[in-house]
Design a protein around this ligand. Structure first.
Ligand SMILES: [Zn+2]
Length: 105
């Protein structure tokens, strides 16, 4: 199942693929610009995004039998809430250590 989402200046594009054991593989590319604060000078700047995202979604409570290296997100709805995933990815990037061009050089 292909999906293509936009949130402000961010494009979230990819597909979902059903996997064994009720797992759904999500593969997507996050691109566009995101508004972040520089961790050094606190200036607001646009960060260019181009990230490949890959993880498994699971409907219902997921119990891993062996520790998997892949990230599994529990989703209690049968349909994965893509908007929520997108939002949490954006939050993750925002909380990362980001430095503007001036401070990087
Ligand atoms: Zn800076």
């Amino acid at each position: 199942m292909d999906f293509d989402m936009k949130s402000d200046e961010i494009i979230f594009k990819g597909y979902l693929q059903y996997h064994a054991n009720k797992l759904i593989l999500l593969k997507a590319n996050l691109s566009g610009k995101i508004d972040v604060d520089c961790d050094i000078c606190a200036d607001n700047f646009d960060l260019d995004l181009n990230e490949e995202i890959e993880f498994y979604l699971h409907s219902g409570i997921y119990k891993s039998e062996n520790e998997s290296l892949l990230e599994v997100i529990e989703c209690l709805d049968d349909t994965a809430n893509l908007q929520e995933i997108l939002n949490s990815e954006i939050e993750l990037i925002k909380s990362d250590y980001n430095t503007c061009e001036n401070c990087r050089t």
